[in-house]
Design a protein around this ligand. Structure first.
Ligand SMILES: Cc1cc2nc3c(=O)[nH]c(=O)nc-3n(C[C@H](O)[C@H](O)[C@H](O)COP(=O)(O)OP(=O)(O)OC[C@H]3O[C@@H](n4cnc5c(N)ncnc54)[C@H](O)[C@@H]3O)c2cc1C
Length: 538
């Protein structure tokens, strides 16, 4: 009999001392919570810090789990966050995808166009110019502009003061010009009208389930550059990343209380003073509290509307949370050689043509989904090609809404199972047709996550995968701010993905330390660390 698989995430245990008071309490041990905790430790001394996590292990949405001898993962792509993990001292063995970032198939009637999108902006530009030679001049102008715009984002401050605001038009004119522009507006600006070229460019918006005519041009450009500049994945399973962060946090004196949900953020006279855990009476008091959970959960449930100004409640009500997903994780037998199928990319994607993202997003906004045989978007990932573990394939299908999934899961198990299987078969059929011939014959284990799974696992009331949707109407100053209306309660939500969540830690700690860590910069600046930086080692 083979040994049971031990995941790194399960090597962690609580080291909560039971103290009644902390300098800082962080709610959630996902990558946002862990990066906040580690950034804080690097820049302070002798502070009592506690992370509270409802699950028995760290990682939140970035995790791995075992089913019948197979290990499956949620996250797949490790973006270019190397300077931040080096700064924190997190050591992790990563494989860099040096060739292509994505293999993308676009299905139009009976035609299938294939694109192999290379990693790195320069390679990407050259590839586009070769593939769409007639549009070369436009492509080069767009890519130069995009790189320059992202450089200007670096000049912005995370929480602008009056002086910063006055400087923005001079330091970052391209950011100002694009604040209200959608990604499709940006493509229009450069005269990119070729539908096939647009499909390829829109890869980076459809990824987060948002159509390019609603996605923020700046956020989509940032997502493109941060995910493709250098892309990696761990040689081990993905839970190793949060596990290493949590181990480091504990080794440096931080406490983590696992398997304990915060039920209430205690507010007195408009100030957050502590948290109460589910099933307990006492309050863990804290000078400062950072929440990294879904903002609707944090503000409307853990704080409660009675403590919030009406204007803020309206803002919450008008905030659109991001999409949910169906994820089909498959364990395959050994009679298939995955290495022969040209699947070793961070992502393989198959979708129908231009307009698909819009239709799928409309379906999500209507509260359900709009997938059909002639309208789909699916990512296919083969982690075992890197981990060397037993053959695994993950099918990621976005966007779905929570819809009736929770109701079925709670009160009609048969219907829940039937719907799960129906959608899994649909997506397995697509994967079989476009990427893995004969796939269904090789499946030994099938694990299907639905929006109800994500809601239960993360606590997000809408089962959102990526926090606030990256719509142009919710970008920059229009996003829920890090400073909440409750004094001493901070909610860092730079954006989603591992890049965004690491940046959450940078921004919130910088705010707590009055810019003494990152000089108020919106993005991490390794050259701008203040002298108080304390190079602790475990
Ligand atoms: C299936 C999937 C695939 C993805 N793939 C990628 C990818 O390949 N690359 C990439 O960069 N990004 C990817 N993402 C996005 C990325 O994983 C997330 O943006 C990121 O992990 C979010 O981290 P977070 O800490 O902000 O939130 P979360 O991970 O949601 O962490 C919040 C934590 O708070 C805990 N919590 C909730 N309620 C409470 C409570 N009441 N008390 C205490 N604790 C609580 C939760 O258990 C959780 O651990 C993916 C996301 C999903 C869901």
């Amino acid at each position: 009999m083979s040994n049971p698989i031990k995941l790194k995430r399960d090597e962690l245990s609580s080291n909560y001392s039971g103290s009644e008071h902390y300098d800082l309490v962080i709610i959630g041990s996902g990558i946002s919570g862990l990066s906040s905790g580690l950034m804080w430790q690097k820049n302070t001394e002798n502070k009592k810090t506690l992370i509270i996590e409802k699950n028995p292990y760290p990682g939140g949405y970035s995790t791995a789990y075992e089913r019948q001898g197979y290990v499956f993962e949620t996250t797949q792509l490790f973006p270019d966050i190397i300077n931040m993990i080096d700064y924190l001292g997190v050591e992790i063995n990563l494989k860099q995808f040096k060739g292509n970032f994505m293999r993308r198939l676009v299905v139009e009637n009976n035609d299938v166009a294939e694109y192999k999108i290379p990693a790195g902006p320069e390679n990407f530009t050259n590839y586009l110019c070769e593939t769409f030679a007639e549009d070369e001049a436009k492509i080069r102008r767009l890519m130069d502009y995009s790189l320059d715009m992202f450089k200007q984002v670096r000049k912005l401050k995370a929480n602008s003061r009056l002086k910063d605001k006055l400087l923005i038009p001079f330091q970052a004119p391209k950011v100002v010009a694009n604040l209200n522009r959608t990604y499709s507006g940006l493509l229009d600006k450069f005269g990119i009208t070729n539908p096939k070229l647009r499909e390829v460019m829109e890869t980076f918006t459809s990824f987060s389930g948002v159509p390019s005519d609603r996605a923020s041009a700046i956020m989509a450009t940032g997502a493109m550059l941060s995910s493709m500049t250098r892309c990696f994945r761990p040689y081990g399973f993905f839970d190793e990343f949060p596990a290493k962060m949590a181990q480091l946090f504990q080794a440096r004196g931080g406490e983590i209380c696992f398997d304990s949900a915060v039920e209430k953020i205690e507010v007195q006279d408009g100030t957050a003073v502590g948290v109460r855990l589910k099933g307990t009476e006492g309050v863990i008091r804290a000078d400062k509290i950072i929440t990294t959970v879904d903002p609707m959960l944090a503000m409307r449930h853990l704080v409660g509307d009675e403590y919030l100004p009406k204007k803020y409640i309206t803002r919450l009500e008008n905030t659109i949370m991001s999409v949910s997903s169906i994820n089909v994780a498959l364990g395959l037998d050994e009679n298939i050689d995955m290495s022969l199928l040209d699947l070793d990319y961070p992502y393989n994607v198959v979708s129908t043509g231009l307009g698909t993202a819009e239709k799928l997003f409309d379906g999500f906004m209507a509260g359900d989904n709009a997938f059909t045989e002639s309208c789909f978007h699916m990512a296919v990932i083969c982690p075992s090609l890197t981990t060397g573990g037993k053959n695994t394939v993950t099918l990621r299908c976005t966007p779905f809404a929570l819809h009736k999934w929770e109701e079925w899961r709670n009160s009609d198990k048969a219907k829940y199972k039937e719907e799960k299987e129906r959608w899994a078969d649909f997506f397995i059929g697509l994967a079989e047709k476009y990427f893995i011939p004969g796939l269904s014959k090789h499946i030994l284990v099938k694990d299907i996550s639905t929006p109800a799974t994500y809601a239960r696992y993360s606590g997000s009331p809408s089962a959102s995968l990526y926090d606030m949707a990256s719509l142009v109407t919710q970008f920059g100053p229009k996003r829920l701010p890090m400073e909440t209306p409750i004094r001493n309660l901070l909610q860092p939500k730079f954006s989603h993905g591992l890049y965004g969540t690491m940046m959450n830690g940078v921004q919130v700690v910088d705010l707590l330390l009055n810019r003494k860590f990152n000089n108020g910069n919106s993005l991490f600046d390794p050259n701008n660390q203040s002298p108080i930086t304390n190079n602790q080692s475990p």
